[in-house]
Design a protein around this ligand. Structure first.
Ligand SMILES: *Cc1c(COP(=O)(O)O)cnc(C)c1O
Ligand SMILES: [Zn+2]
Length: 423
């Protein structure tokens, strides 16, 4: 009997392979697979790279297509990715007015508000996780999400032709819900906080054998965040900034920025000092920032109460690790009020022409707070990671159109307006 295998299926099972895993806690090794936690100690799992693998030089990387796959030797897959080939390589733009506001030498915005395809940095992690799912022959993926991850999973699953189960808190911003529902996943709104949603999702992954990108594919997913660090280094002309600030939800992004910079230093692609890593949270949900301030080693979970929904995780899985990395690099963390977050969104828009969601406002406001605290220096070169688009969180801005006058279509009325502002 002949068994016919479609070319796609053959490519999926033979060419693409996920790397094996290691427990970050106890060091136990295990085969590649959709595993949530270490079977020995319940610790977090990490992909293991072959230290003897061939690494590309600067010019070889620079000659590759402009997507996050140009850094494939540092991503946890072997072989050709089969999904999401176009994600990554967002703009890095210099922000001199923001630098002046912060009292530092230079500032840049890493602009993931224009990430392909779903306008947040979560496209990076999902691009890696969806290929890990393909390597494992998993046809249904899913996530527990505060919004952006839901958008990224739904969009990338739609293009890949995979089924997606997406779990979100029932009361998310309408832009986040619409930006998921439009891709027609199985979208489920759960009465509860993100932490409740996450627990439910972990149980569903077990029961139905789904690939939940931030649960049992998390070891692969997290590695996608490193590409933000790689792009920053390459786009600065193969060098590192002196400081980086990023918003913190589960705490993964800041730890992966540290790992990414470290890997490029280790590969000799850049030299100099590791950047100081700074974290930003909303005061209404700041378990990691408060841990940095206290200096002990235990997250105190919080019930989120902030407009910065996308980063409102009360019991962050990578929180302890994130706080330790922030302190070890000589960085710090700040948390800011909802009013400061809105002011931060406006400041970024007016200084840089970038419309960010609440997480970006949090990052700008936290940078200003850290500057006031004397934690940024006059000679600092700071990169601000702006991670999601402002059209997703319009609710945060109130009735922003109210300030715009409505007139009859007559030149006389424009002249009156111009006279009033002295133009
Ligand atoms: C998820 C998210 C982050 C950071 O998430 P971590 O869980 O800390 O990696 C930052 N900004 C936005 C907009 C996000 O959606
Ligand atoms: Zn372990």
């Amino acid at each position: 009997m002949t068994i016919s295998v479609s070319p796609e299926a053959a490519a999926t099972t033979t060419a693409l392979r996920a790397l094996p895993l290691l427990c970050r806690n106890c060091g136990a090794a295990r085969d590649a697979g959709p595993a949530a936690i270490c079977e020995q100690c319940l610790g977090p799992l990490e992909a293991v790279y072959d230290p003897a693998r061939a690494l590309p030089a600067r010019d070889a990387i620079a000659a590759r297509p402009t997507s996050l796959w140009r850094y494939r030797e540092w991503l946890p897959l072997d072989g050709e990715p089969v999904h999401s080939p176009d994600t990554g390589w967002t703009p890095l733009l210099e922000a001199p007015r923001l630098a002046r506001r912060l009292g530092i030498a230079r500032a840049w915005v890493k602009n993931d508000t224009v990430s392909h395809p779903s306008l947040s940095f979560k496209d990076r992690v999902v691009a890696v996780a969806i290929n890990a799912a393909a390597a494992f022959g998993i046809h249904t993926i899913g996530c527990a999400s505060t919004g952006n991850l839901a958008n990224a999973v739904a969009a990338q699953a739609a293009r890949a032709g995979l089924e997606a189960w997406v779990f979100i808190p029932h009361d998310l911003e309408s832009g986040k819900v619409a930006g998921t529902a439009i891709f027609a996943p199985r979208l489920v709104r759960v009465r509860g906080t993100y932490d409740d949603v996450n627990r439910l999702c972990a149980q569903a992954a077990d029961r139905f054998g789904w690939g939940i990108v931030n649960v049992n594919l998390r070891a692969y997913y997290g590695e996608g965040s490193k590409t933000m660090a790689f792009e920053i280094a390459e786009q600065l002309g193969w060098r590192l900034p002196s400081a980086v600030i990023a918003p913190m939800a589960g705490g993964s992004l800041v730890t992966k920025l540290r790992k990414g910079f470290g890997e490029f230093l280790g590969a000799g692609l850049v030299d100099g000092a590791l950047p100081r890593i700074f974290g930003a949270q909303a005061s209404g949900c700041a378990p990691i920032a408060r841990l940095v301030e206290r200096g002990d080693d235990q997250i105190v979970p919080e019930i989120p109460r902030t407009i910065a929904r996308s980063i409102a995780i009360g019991n962050p899985p990578d929180g302890r690790f994130a706080a330790r990395i922030i302190r070890d690099t000589g960085g710090w963390a700040a948390h800011v009020s909802d009013d400061e977050i809105v002011a931060g969104i406006h400041a970024l828009a007016e200084d840089c022409g970038i419309f960010s969601e609440t997480a970006g406002g949090t990052t700008v406001a936290a940078a200003l707070a850290l500057s006031r605290q004397g934690r940024l220096h006059a000679d600092d070169e700071l990169v601000l990671c702006i991670t999601g688009h402002g059209l997703k969180t319009l609710e945060a801005l109130g009735d922003i159109s109210a300030a715009a006058p409505v007139i009859e279509p007559r030149l006389r009325e424009v002249a009156a307006l111009a006279a009033a502002v002295g133009s």
